[in-house]
Design a binder for this molecule. Structure first.
Ligand code: UDP
Length: 324
């Protein structure tokens, strides 16, 4: 089976490419390398293009003739989306429309979409189920929520079958140390903590200590990126077996506060580092925890790495031995 993977040189995409390669899928990665890394693509072939290049996109569909498309290419920072919403509507909304329009033209009807817990906004109920109202509170969440609505229409009108995977907080790295998280600039909590432990940064800032949570800091559901990758493989197999369109939350169903993550990182790394209390970051809900019942029941997903210490160990190993 031929799988076209956009954004396959990025953090999450590259872990799915690894999982696809290990299962002998024929993988073609397309990535503009604005954030991704050539070296992160450890299986298949990479073509460097931007999704706004409609002509090149058509040529790729014409030649590769994918059986399914998995779409990771996107801008992903909540804070940046508030400062520069156009970037998010262009990269995440317009470019995704280009991609799915090409799919419709070439009659490719299987699509896996990287969605996000950010589409739920400030949740009214924890853990969050898939039928929680969609009320994004930042342009990042809105840019993804809109595509979910478009996909619903395209299924009804053209029979496009899609799985939208709503990610909670992807974390950790390949346990064998081949690939991992490498954003520049880095904005995510765990890699920033580890850079502080390594001595690359003076301190880690906690964004907000007055949230309505037991220790006042935000709670997130951190999911190991390989467990997330496995959810994608199951979703792909389901679509290839003619499953109908679905949306799934991807998380472990329990969360950790920022202070708990910091304490675990101190334990794993054996380093004591400076922690600063800072103001809240705009656009952050207090708690995001997934109800993953649907993913487990419908796709038979079962997590292998539901262990914050293990997640941080793999991320620490990567931080110390980065290949890109
Ligand atoms: N966070 C923090 N300090 C940092 C980076 C992040 O306190 O230097 C917080 C952030 O406000 C959020 C949580 O850590 O509550 C997870 O943020 P991250 O950017 O890793 O992921 P997001 O939840 O935005 O996808």
């Amino acid at each position: 089976m031929r799988i076209l993977v956009t954004g396959g040189a990025g953090y999450i995409g590259s872990h799915i490419v690894k999982a696809l390669g290990e299962k002998n899928y024929d993988v073609l990665v397309i990535d503009n390398l604005s954030k991704g890394h050539e070296k992160a693509v450890i299986f298949g072939k990479l073509i460097v293009i931007d999704l706004n290049n409609k002509q090149k996109l058509k040529e790729i569909f014409n030649q590769f003739k994918p059986d399914a498309v998995m779409h990771f290419a996107a801008s992903i920072e909540v804070g940046e989306s508030v400062v520069d919403p156009m970037k998010y509507y262009q990269n995440n909304t317009v470019n995704t429309l280009n991609l799915i329009k090409t799919m419709v033209e070439y009659k490719i009807d299987k699509f896996i979409f990287s969605s996000t817990a950010a589409i739920y906004g400030n949740p009214t109920k924890i853990p969050i189920t898939e039928n929680h109202p969609i009320r994004p509170i930042n342009p990042y969440g809105k840019s993804k929520a809109f595509i979910e609505e478009v996909l619903e229409d395209l299924d009804k009108s053209y029979g496009l079958k899609y799985i939208s995977l709503r990610y909670f907080n992807a974390a950790g790295a390949d346990p064998e140390g081949r690939i991992g998280e490498s954003h520049n600039p880095e904005t995510h909590l765990i890699p920033l903590i580890l850079k502080t432990a390594k001595g690359e940064r003076k301190s880690i800032k906690i964004f907000g200590t007055d949230y309505p949570t037991p220790d006042g800091t935000c709670i997130r559901d951190y999911i190991h990126v390989d467990d997330l990758a496995n959810a994608h493989l199951l979703a792909l197999e389901y679509l290839l077996n003619n499953g109908k369109s679905e949306v799934f939350n991807c998380g472990y169903g329990h969360g950790y506060s920022i202070r708990e993550v910091i304490d675990t990182a101190k334990k794993v790394t054996g380093k004591n580092f400076n922690v600063e209390e800072a103001d809240r970051r705009k656009g952050d809900p207090a708690v995001l925890v997934a109800d993953n019942t649907k993913l487990k029941k419908k796709l038979g997903w079962s997590p292998k790495f539901d262990d914050l210490e293990f997640i941080i160990k793999t991320a620490w190993n990567w931080e110390l031995n980065k290949k890109f």
